[in-house]
Write a protein that binds this ligand. Structure first.
Ligand code: B16
Ligand code: MG
Length: 218
């Protein structure tokens, strides 16, 4: 049987932690007197913590010393960790388990490709860490999406070529990363934010298992 690398982003694809990132960043922005809306937040999705702070500072045309930046980064992560403290399996987005179970039953390799340094904690809290043959997260890479490093490393560790890899992503930066790597990109979310994705679905509920079969046979 054909084997493909199925690589999942975490935030916004498997779990809706994007809302927690947003709340934690908005608190930082509020303290700096910078307006930060859900639209602005789109630019932070899939982007590293350090780069996210830079984007917020650029939004407010604000400058900060390294000491200040370190303080904001710590505050943001402390607040984020408090939000995810009580996460459990109920926070896995609808339809995701259906696809993960199907891939596992069919012996298809599964990887995580996330920019988050908190990815493993979330996979443990939600009880799905064992589904992943390979986990590549923000602790393992030096180049953030749209650089394809995170996905390329995941497929390499699975022993599968880029062209036989499929990436599920909710962010603009992540779709770019998958496309740059020559992988199949599947956008999850609103088309207006996922323009360059090869396939787009609003969520996993709308992904039929026959679509997964098509990807396997491709
Ligand atoms: P952390 P993903 C990304 O995760 C988030 O989309 C992004 O908003 C966040 O800034 C980044 O992780 C870093 O997260 O602060 O936990 O290290 O979407 O690539 O799974
Ligand atoms: Mg994401």
């Amino acid at each position: 049987m054909n084997k493909k690398a199925f690589i999942f982003d975490l935030d916004g694809v498997i779990v809706d932690t994007a809302k927690y990132h947003f709340l934690a960043w908005r608190k930082v922005a509020d303290s700096l007197g910078i307006e930060f809306t859900p639209e602005h937040n789109e630019a932070l999705k899939g982007v590293s913590r350090v780069r996210s702070l830079e984007i917020i500072l650029e939004l407010g045309k604000a400058e900060a010393t390294q000491e200040d930046k370190d303080k904001w980064l710590k505050q943001k992560n402390d607040d984020y960790l408090a939000y995810i403290e009580n996460m459990d399996r109920s926070e896995i987005l609808p339809g995701v388990m259906h696809v993960l179970d199907y891939l596992r039953e069919n012996g298809q390799p599964i990887a995580l490709g996330s920019a988050s340094k908190n990815a493993r904690i979330i996979l443990e809290k939600t009880g799905i860490i064992d589904y992943f043959d390979v986990i590549v997260d923000g602790n393992d890479v030096t180049n953030a999406k749209p650089d394809p490093e995170v996905f390329e490393r995941a497929s390499r560790e699975l022993g599968i070529s880029n062209e036989n890899s499929i990436v599920f992503e909710d962010s603009f930066a992540g779709i770019d990363a998958a496309n740059i790597a020559g992988m199949t990109s599947v956008g999850i979310g609103e088309a207006k934010f996922l323009g360059k994705a090869q396939y787009i679905f609003p969520d996993f509920v709308t992904i039929d298992l026959s679509f997964i079969d098509t990807l396997v046979k491709k």
